[in-house]
Each structure stands twice: as structure tokens, then as C-alpha cells.
Design a protein around this ligand. Sequence first.
Ligand SMILES: O=C(O)CCC(=O)C(=O)O
Ligand SMILES: [Fe+2]
Length: 336
Amino acid sequence: MHEAPIQHVDFAPFSSLDVEQRPIQLNEQQRSVAQQLDHSIRTHGFLFLDNIGLSCSEMRHALHSAKQLFDKPLSHKLSAMKIMHTASNCGYIPQGDEILNRRRRGELKEAYHVKNRRAFAQTFEGCPPQFEAHSTALFNKLATIARRFAVACAAALQLPLEHFADMIEQSDLATLRYLHYPPCEFKEGQSNAHDPHAPIRAGEHTDYGLFSFLIADGAGLQIKPVAGGEVSDESAQSGGWLDVPVARGECVIVNTGALMARITNDTWRATAHRVVVHDESVASRSRYALAFFADPHSTTRIQVHERFLRGGQPRRYETISARDYEYGRLEEAKAK
Ligand SMILES: O=C(O)CCC(=O)C(=O)O
Ligand SMILES: [Fe+2]
């Protein structure tokens, strides 16, 4: 297996950006960060973002609170916690309820979704005592960082600087996802990386929204840039997957999602990824991760921006609302 040569981008110049101020103005250093993003996203669709304004200890604390949440007995999680339904997209997702890739016979993970408290009321019954306060604070912090990142994306793509930042402000679709991949079986030569139907920790997929931040504490993430907004049968199954080196809660991994691919007419693609186990030692341990999905507000019209149609470029995607697109994909991912 090959390691992906993923670049690190230092986001420190953006930490002082006030995303509420209009007009947004960028200095030279910030414009240079935007150029680096453009390069990384065009070449891999994934990058490591350093100095985002979330310290290592905050990231480790977040991973620890995922552990505390999922450490609750299964009977408690099923009876006392709110179970996630597509309509709300928040709460607990038991193992087996979500299948990101329908060719897989199952996915070896459980998850918990936290939504924007400013956009709708979420209750946290059955969660550990500090979980509500901690996850809400983390959501708000990541949402601000995401808006700064959205400005950098707009600069990189030469769009009006507020273009993406306004779409995700107060978004009811943005989600903070806590993930736990429990220890699983490993059989040499029959790993889920090779058999396209075997159960897997997270099946081949692209994320739905504009971009995602990922914080993880263990190996297994693999990526494969694809030519469009979704994973085709061929691209998911053939070889060419690259390992993402583990960041162990030291920096954030960023990837672009399907709605970004639609708006940019695939100038920035959605990057396919999955989570596998390569060996006995990875299989024998739990893996915890957090993903923040920067998804536009549900009423946002997602259309190819005219800038990507210049010079007679064919329009690859029809206009759709963020809600219709995302709920379509959430329904697809629901185990039938
Ligand atoms: O756990 C990971 O590293 C990836 C999770 C992921 O891709 C997702 O939840 O969309
Ligand atoms: Fe993902």
C-alpha cells in the first residue's frame, strides 16, 4: 500500500480573519495560503491543515469524549439515546444502520451526530454529563474555522470571498460526527481493502457537502481522487487507494465534498475515501474519529457557478437545493 503525499498547509494567517466583516479583505499571506489550498485540492483533494485554531489538547479531549460516549453499554445507547433518523440527522447511529457503500455487506462503525444548536433544537438524552456542553462548544468553534476556510476556498477559486462562507452560516445541515470503529476480525489476505464486498470500517464514499474536517486517532483512512461528485462502481473497486498517514489528533485532515464539485463543475473534485484495517494490530484496537461536515444551509440553491462555464465548458450538474441533494444521499446510505 502506498502513502499519499498529502501536503500540510499552515492556516495560521487566517486565524485573525473576522468572517463577519464586509467587505472581506485578504492580505498577501492569506492569499498565499489560498493558492496552496488550490494546489493541494487539485492534486489530491485532501490536505493536512495546521494551526487552525484548535490545539492538540482540544483535539485529544474531543477524541476522549467520543470514547466516553461510545463506552456506554449498547443497551443504554439503544434505549436511552435519541436514535438518528434521516429527518433530523442527529443522534446515535448504531452499527449497521448506515452503509456508505451499498456494495459492502456491512460497516463496522457506530456514530453520533451533533447539529447546529442555532439552527434547531437537539436534545442529548443518555449522553455523558459533559457531552452536550463540550460538543456544542466544539461545533461552534469548528463552524467558525470552517467559515474562515470557506473564505480561503473562495479566494483560491477566484469567487466572491463570501460565496461559501454565507452558505454555511447558521447552516441546519452542517454536522459534527463522532465515530467509533470497534475492534474487528482480521484475516490475512482477505482484508476488506481487497474484497470489494467484505464488511469494512467505512465504505468507499465521497462526503456530501462543501468540505469536511477530520480528526482521527488511528490508521486506516485511504483516499482516491475521483473524476466527479460521486464514487463510480469502477473507481471504488479498482486499485489505486493511498494511505493517509495518521495525524493522531495533531492536525486536521480536510477533504472536498460533492456539493463543492457541483458548484465548481468538478474544477475541485470530491475525493473518494474509506477506512480499512491493514493488519491484526489495527484490527485489535478501537479507532475514534470526529468529522465536521461544512454543508450549506438546506435552502441554498446549488448551481454550477458561471465562472466555471467560461469558454464553453459544458455544465456537468443540474441545479438542486442543498436539502434535496443531501437528503437523497442520506436515504441512499440508510441500511434497508
Ligand atoms: O473515520 C474516518 O477517518 C473517516 C470518516 C468519514 O469519512 C466519514 O464519516 O465521512
Ligand atoms: Fe467521509
